[in-house]
Design a protein around this ligand. Structure first.
Ligand code: KIV
Ligand code: ZN
Length: 388
């Protein structure tokens, strides 16, 4: 199979920003949008222009200042939303309107209080109206994860006929299993007329911790765009994490799916977003967590010191970190202690190292982590002499 490009659609500034406490002002949104463009994302979903005057201004500013990436604005399948999104996107070099409506029976019956027929009619109207403003129109079928596949295929077919260029299949509630979500994408690929002319997109939420797995299942079954956020920020348990899907595709080259992301900027982008959104990254977060490249148990440290790849599947430099770290704790072994002491200029013979190690364990038992100053103190207190 020839190599296929997966479009990275970043929705940190829209779905990500919906998180309580993460609201960004226009300046902060612009700074993040610039960083996303440098990172190499294909689409920046800049906001939901109808939601507030502030968000309208932010989308307009990002549209005016973004050079390469497509700038997208969200709207419901509502006339005023679409007109406002089009207005906010006027200055964009590559504008996209993202419009859509709920398609699961739960949404049709309880949220929209309407019928499937009416949903199709509103979807078609919305896409046509958006198309009268911009060429690039993405249609979302909200709660597609819990939508009957035959009905979903019908909605998608009508959206394509109305002019949609991208079809977004959101697992809005993070419900699907990877096999189920992958099968849904495959079903659409095989049953929707005209699907070969448009791009199918994944948009997965993480309520059951499966957003990343579902997005990968989606692209393995024909989707060519992944919607995601930096650090996986988003409503409730969050969205698919950009850094995870990008590194998964990179670490599995036989899938022949590539992205245009400059992975060396992943860590600094993660830090910037975490800082601006005031949303700390959990230490054990894949790829960008503080512990993602640190080794603390003796067995792992011994392996990594002998050969990095024994316990590391990614070279930390690929994601913008100079090197992995060996953290000294009460679970560390002699090899890790010797390694760290050597870095500080202490080359001990075996007996001295044994002495150092037993003192180290006493310190480590009372401290969570033994740092360089502790080691200097330990060497001085014990009068340990460097081997000649
Ligand atoms: O999760 C979702 O369904 C969404 C849509 C508005 C695209 O965010
Ligand atoms: Zn969403």
């Amino acid at each position: 199979m020839p190599t296929q490009k997966i479009q990275i659609f970043d929705t940190t500034l829209r779905d990500g920003e919906q998180v309580p406490g993460c609201k960004l002002n226009t300046h902060e949104k612009l700074v993040i949008a610039k960083q996303l463009e440098q990172l190499g994302v294909d689409v920046i979903e800049a906001g939901f222009p109808i939601s507030s005057p502030g968000d309208f201004d932010a989308v307009r500013a990002i549209a005016a200042q973004t050079k390469e990436a497509t700038v997208c604005g969200l709207s419901r399948a509502v006339e005023h939303d679409i007109i406002t999104a089009a207005e906010a996107l006027k200055g964009a070099k590559r504008p996209r309107i993202h419009t859509g409506i709920g398609t699961s029976d739960l949404h049709v019956k309880y949220k929209l209080r309407t019928t499937r027929e009416e949903v199709i009619a509103r979807a078609v109207q919305a896409v046509k109206l958006a198309k009268s403003f911009v060429e690039d129109v993405e249609f979302y079928a909200e709660d597609a994860g819990r939508t009957d596949n035959v009905f979903l295929a019908k909605v998608c077919e009508e959206a394509i006929k109305a002019g949609a260029t991208v079809l977004n299949i959101p697992d809005t509630t993070g419900y699907c299993l990877p096999e189920e979500y992958g099968a849904k994408i495959k079903f659409l690929y095989e049953n929707v007329k005209g699907i070969d002319k448009v791009c199918l997109s994944t948009h997965c939420h993480n309520d059951l911790g499966m957003a990343t797995a579902n997005s990968i299942a989606g692209v393995m079954n024909g989707a060519r765009q992944i919607e995601c956020t930096i650090n996986g920020v988003g409503e409730r348990a969050g969205n698919t994490a950009l850094e995870e899907v990008v590194m998964i595709l990179r670490q599995h080259p036989y899938l022949n799916l590539v992205t245009g992301i400059n992975t060396k900027l992943l860590t600094e982008t993660s830090t910037l977003v975490s800082h601006m959104m005031r949303m700390p990254v959990q230490p054990n977060k894949a790829i960008v967590g503080a512990n993602a490249f640190s080794h603390s148990s003796g067995i792992h440290q011994d392996g990594v010191i002998k050969h990095r790849e024994t316990y590391e599947i990614i070279d930390p430099r690929e994601v913008g970190i100079d090197s992995s770290s060996i953290v000294l704790t009460a679970r560390s072994g002699r090899a890790a202690l010797a390694y760290r002491l050597q870095k500080l200029g202490y080359n001990f013979d075996k007996d001295t190292l044994d002495k150092a190690y037993s003192s180290f364990l006493h310190v480590a038992d009372v401290k969570k982590e033994v740092v360089d100053e502790d080691l200097h103190e330990l060497v001085e207190e014990q009068n340990l002499v460097v081997a000649s």
